[in-house]
Design a binder for this molecule. Sequence first.
Ligand SMILES: Nc1ncnc2c1ncn2[C@@H]1O[C@H](COP(=O)(O)OP(=O)(O)OP(=O)(O)O)[C@@H](O)[C@H]1O
Ligand SMILES: N[C@@H](CCO)C(=O)O
Length: 320
Amino acid sequence: MIRQDGVRVKVPASTANLGPGFDTLGMALSLYFYIEMKPAESTVFHLHGQDMAGLPEDKSNLVYTVAQMVFAEAGVALPELEISMYSDIPLTRGLGSSASAIVGALFAANLLIGSPFDRGKLFDMATAIEHHPDNVGASLFGGLITAIWDGSHAEYLRIDPPADLDVLVAIPDFQLSTSKAREALPTQISLSDAVYNVSHVSLLTAAFVANRLDLISSAMRDRIHHPYRAALVPGLSRILEEAAEHGALGAALSGAGPTVLALVDRRRQKEGELESFLLGVLKEQGIAAKTIWLKPCTSGAMELTMEKDVSFLENIKGEF
Ligand SMILES: Nc1ncnc2c1ncn2[C@@H]1O[C@H](COP(=O)(O)OP(=O)(O)OP(=O)(O)O)[C@@H](O)[C@H]1O
Ligand SMILES: N[C@@H](CCO)C(=O)O
């Protein structure tokens, strides 16, 4: 059954790793990607918002190619689509823009053909495309997710983030692609660094489950990607070392960067101090940045109800 009127979907941004949980931990955040997908006579894109500028407007667009994977898997032919998108997730900054696009495309395409696949199957498909489950899992399920991936199937557990957790992100004024940030990583690590990360991510995950915000500062440390990526984001090492002195529970590179993320106990926030610290350290390195306060998002990808004969932008306007 093809839904001729089309579908609209909202997908949260995400932060991956949270320090030691490289390629395994992810958390959904309160920035959003919106997509409308309709059957059409010929394929056309409507890209709204400054963050969409420069994305391809033809069948090479990631959203189109991912939608076609869903149709192929379901044995449905739907080669022409009208796709409208709006996003307030900055591209290529470490806030999961590619994951939001992949999850949005999978979720919308599945709805469009009558939902033959459940979220578990969509998660496997999303992880196969993104190659790691952290961002796509958070965007698909919301909340905090921890996941494993065996190359064809992902197992995951979703938990609600601690209620008092706030998130401050400092988004530098430059892009850093995930592929470039992964090229900086070694192909092998020492046993002691592996033990360091396994112990830290275990404690961090348990601290989230047990609502032990006091443990986050020591548990959020990492030795398998931060040390190698620090040169790509000047100032990062100092931020990781000193953020706790300025009101953060802990800090990390968000995903592959360059965005830096600080977790904060909202009951203990000190007005302005952490923002000034993050922006000041980056500025000393000649990096312009902006800070945004975000919240963990507990909902994953969801369908938005449509008002007929109302445009895509009008329909989602109440959302932001
Ligand atoms: N809505 C979209 N439509 C098409 N392509 C997109 C869309 N959003 C993101 N992309 C693609 O994803 C790329 C960014 O992916 P990349 O993995 O490098 O960064 P990110 O997902 O923003 O950050 P991270 O994975 O570190 O959290 C963009 O350059 C673009 O090619
Ligand atoms: N876990 C991934 C997230 C970015 O997509 C990384 O750090 O490279």
